[in-house]
Design a protein around this ligand. Structure first.
Ligand code: FES
Ligand SMILES: [Fe+2]
Length: 355
């Protein structure tokens, strides 16, 4: 599917580069260099002595060694393990043990980062166009909202195009089938929904009355009752964030407990046909279930396995023959797709003007 000249068919969908993407949880980036491939590029992450996160292209410009492969930190610099050249946090060589003055060519790309609410965001595009206002409001996500408790998190790798993951999260109807019995009784798919769009945000809302609380939900939210009113909101922020928000109000218990729980996903392409799902949890109550992330991993891997299989079929058939026909409930996914296509198209236009 082409939109504005942008390939938006999941399986080979394009994505904008002048945007912020989740690169890591804060806890993953330490004084020990860490490699992660994102956007098809090798990147090394570490922290300066002051604690600031750093991301550099992970390939030494001298002979191509990965800086993360045995690289050692000296102060804020990283020393390549092959011939010992050191690079500062800006990516410029600052010491050549074998002699000579570092030239400007002896440098690696530095990626702009922003650390907020336990997440490290990266800007893979043109550093001249960095725009912090494009990062979603973390209070609105729930990660830094007053009265909310945030928990990090899962790092799930998928061997499928990022758009499969993003659209999967805006599509509630699969809950009734792919996850049958885990988080509801199968009554989501046929339930009416409303779809709202506000800027880059698309929301699909479903309201349920006095429904049976699924055991996994009761366990993860510490609910004692057996029935509740429930609001299910699936909120996408083009091009890469999705929030699955569930609000429960018990209807058959004495205290009529209320719970607002948000699963916050950052979907980051690692290549044209692979991505990482970073998953955090934000609740308006303290989590009391120690196995919450294991339960979530079990649930979310059902999606990852299905999406990876769809990708295999897509690659076997090729773009022209891979089936993809939208139905009414795909409205949120299609709107999100259009927003991303507009972002890519706009980026291309701007590049033409700057060229
Ligand atoms: S390859 Fe890194 S210093 Fe030679
Ligand atoms: Fe799912």
């Amino acid at each position: 599917m082409q939109i504005n000249g942008v390939n938006m068919q999941p399986g080979a969908a394009e994505y904008p580069r002048n945007q912020w993407y989740v690169a890591a949880f804060s806890t993953e980036v330490t004084r020990e260099p860490m490699h992660r491939t994102l956007f098809g590029e090798p990147i090394v992450f570490y922290r300066t002595e002051a604690g600031d996160p750093v991301a550099l292209f992970d390939r030494c410009p001298h002979r191509g060694m990965r800086l993360s492969n045995g690289g050692v930190l000296f102060g804020d610099t990283i020393q390549c393990h092959y011939h010992g050249i050191r690079f500062n946090a800006e990516g410029r060589a600052c010491l050549i043990p074998s002699g000579g003055v570092p030239t400007s060519a002896l440098a690696v790309r530095r990626y702009p980062l922003k650390e907020i609410g336990g997440w490290i965001w990266i800007w893979p595009g043109d550093a001249e166009q960095v725009d912090e206002s494009l990062i979603p409001d973390h209070d609105a996500l729930g990660l830094t909202a007053p009265g909310f408790h945030a928990y990090h998190g899962l790092v799930l790798t998928a061997n499928s195009n990022y758009l499969f993951s993003l659209e999967n999260l805006v599509d509630a109807t699969h809950i009734s089938f792919l996850h049958h019995g885990l988080i509801d009784d199968g009554n989501v798919a046929a339930h009416p929904y409303a779809c709202h769009q506000d800027g880059v945000r698309v929301t699909m809302v479903r309201e349920f009355s006095n429904e049976v609380i699924a055991p996994m939900v009761a366990r993860s939210m510490g609910l004692k009752g057996t029935r509740a009113d429930r609001t299910l909101e699936l909120i996408s922020y083009a091009p890469n964030v999705c929030v699955v928000r569930q609000c429960f109000v018990e209807t058959d218990s004495e205290d009529k407990a209320r719970r607002d729980s948000r699963l916050v996903f950052g979907i980051t392409p690692t290549g044209p046909r692979s991505c990482i799902q970073f998953v955090a949890l934000a609740n308006d109550y303290e989590n009391t279930h120690p196995g919450i992330f294991e339960d979530l991993r079990h649930l979310l891997m059902e999606d990852v396995v299905a999406l990876d299989d769809i990708q295999i079929l897509f690659d076997q058939l090729g773009q022209g023959r891979a089936p993809e026909v939208a139905v009414r409930s795909d409205e949120g996914a299609i709107r999100t797709r259009r927003l991303i296509a507009a972002q890519v198209a706009q980026e291309r236009e701007k590049a033409k003007v700057l060229a």
